[in-house]
Each structure stands twice: as C-alpha cells, then as structure tokens.
Design a protein around this ligand. Structure first.
Ligand code: ADP
Ligand code: MG
Length: 243
C-alpha cells in the first residue's frame, strides 16, 4: 500500500449503535494531490479527516498513511503522527495576546526549533502565506481571511508533506475564500498534499481539482479532472485556464 500516500480501505466509523460517521469507504490519495471534500453537514467530511489526525478511530477497515497502517496506532505515538502534518482548524485558533509573528514563532519554538532559526523561518512562513505586512498586528486586528492565513502559516511550521484543512473558509466571504484557496493551491504546487473540506462549491469549477462528494458517510462521486490547468497567474487571481 505504500505507493499510495493515503489509503482508506473499507473504512467504517460507527460512533454509536445509531450514529454512523463513515460507511465502508475506500479511497486512495496520492502524494502531491489536491483534494476537495464536499458534502452536506453530517456527511462525514470531518470524520474522514480526523482519521488521519487520529482524533477519531475507525471501527472497521484499514487506514494507511505514508505506508504506515494506522489501525493500531498507539496513543503515545499520536504526536509523531501529527508532526508530519499541518492541520488548519476552522476557527483559526490563534493566541489572541500574541502578535502574528509571535504566533508563528511560538509554534516553531514549541516543536523545538532553535531561537535564531525560528526567527528566520517566521519571516519565510509569513511571506509564504502573504501576511508579512501584518507581522506586528494582533489577531483581533486582522480580517477573517488574514487570520486564516496566519493559521495556515502556523500549520506549516513542520514543513509538513500533508496539509489538512477542515472548512478553512467557513466563516469568510467569497473573496477571502478564494484568497485562502489560492494559498493552499500554491502550497500544493510546491509538493504538499492538500486535503480541504469546503462548502464553497463555486470555487470547485475554477480550481479544477479532484472533488470527493460525501453523503451520509458514503462517497457518492469522486471526480478527478482529466487535465490540470495553470489556474492562477503568479501574482493575481486571474483565471488562465479554459472555461
Ligand atoms: P461533516 O464534517 O461532513 O459535517 P461529520 O464527520 O462531522 O460530518 O459527521 C458525520 C456524522 O457523524 C454525523 O451524523 C455526526 O453527527 C456524527 N458525529 C461526528 N462526530 C461525532 C462524535 N464525536 N460523536 C458522535 N457522533 C459524531
Ligand atoms: Mg465537519
């Protein structure tokens, strides 16, 4: 299974005798893919993502990540698992009493990056998510979209091969949503595997990426675009692909 980056094999999550989170799902995600998860509330999007972060455990089937079987992953090894992924929470979860750069710096220091290296990395990360100009602001002084960019930046401190974002644009207006998707898109272009759940259906046809549609814990469609386009020009949101 190791050639697939992520492999869900006949996975079921039974939360309780009457609540099914996922119903016998099989799904492969390759290294370097960009995948959208869509589906109505309660369809299983978060459950699917939480199996990878080990916030949820499957009750049947097998889950593989980077060639490792997660079925019997020990509690004490969960930090090792999460060290290899970036997790963008829906609500940003920034530390309110720390400035933007301090939020990133804090996350870097927390994983043991030496002070001087962290200072350099903070600058790189802030530029990567296009928020360097607000480095000295506090989270409360930022727009929702700016806060979410910092949150993505914080998820990048490990330089993770996998980025998981569960409805990162849920609280944003359409323009900010596009801005966030553009950042995820550019990270993916640099090689990061990105899985993002979203309600922003209007963006799907623009981004031309794989879309997995869930309903009641099952995959009802899995559309991989036949060709990928250079969707964004480097500096703007101009769509350069065919309609
Ligand atoms: P989505 O993210 O698409 O809204 P979820 O994965 O959160 O869907 O939920 C799928 C189903 O599992 C829903 O019926 C939800 O109520 C249920 N569920 C999710 N998390 C839990 C939990 N911790 N305990 C019990 N049931 C849950
Ligand atoms: Mg959810």
């Amino acid at each position: 299974m190791s050639e697939d980056f992520i492999y869900y094999e006949n996975v079921t999550v039974q939360y309780s005798p009457f609540v099914l989170g996922l119903d016998n799902i099989s799904l492969k995600i390759l290294k370097g893919e960009f995948v959208f998860l869509i589906g109505p509330t309660g369809s299983g999007k978060s459950t699917l993502l939480k199996l990878l972060t080990r916030e949820v455990q499957h009750t049947d089937g097998h889950v593989w990540l980077a060639g490792k079987l997660l079925d019997d992953w020990k509690e004490k090894n969960i930090p090792i698992l999460r060290r290899n992924m970036g997790i963008v929470p829906q609500d940003c979860g920034l530390l309110p009493n720390k400035k933007v750069w301090e939020n990133i710096n804090y996350a870097l220091r927390a994983i043991g990056v030496p002070r001087r290296t962290a200072r350099k990395r903070v600058v790189e990360i802030l530029e990567q998510v296009n928020i360097a100009h607000r480095a000295d602001a506090y989270p409360s002084e930022l727009s929702g979209g700016e806060q979410q960019r910092v949150s993505i930046g914080r998820a990048l401190v490990n330089d993770p091969p996998l980025l998981i974002a569960d409805e990162p644009t849920a609280n944003l207006d359409p323009e900010c949503s596009l801005d966030i998707m553009k950042i995820l898109y550019n990270l993916n272009k640099l090689g990061t595997t990105v899985i993002v759940s979203t309600h922003e259906h209007h963006l799907l046809s623009v981004l031309k990426k794989r879309v997995i549609n869930l309903s009641k814990g099952k995959i009802i469609s899995d559309d991989i675009p036949s060709s990928s386009f250079e969707v964004f020009s480097k500096e703007s949101y101009v769509y350069t692909g065919p309609n």
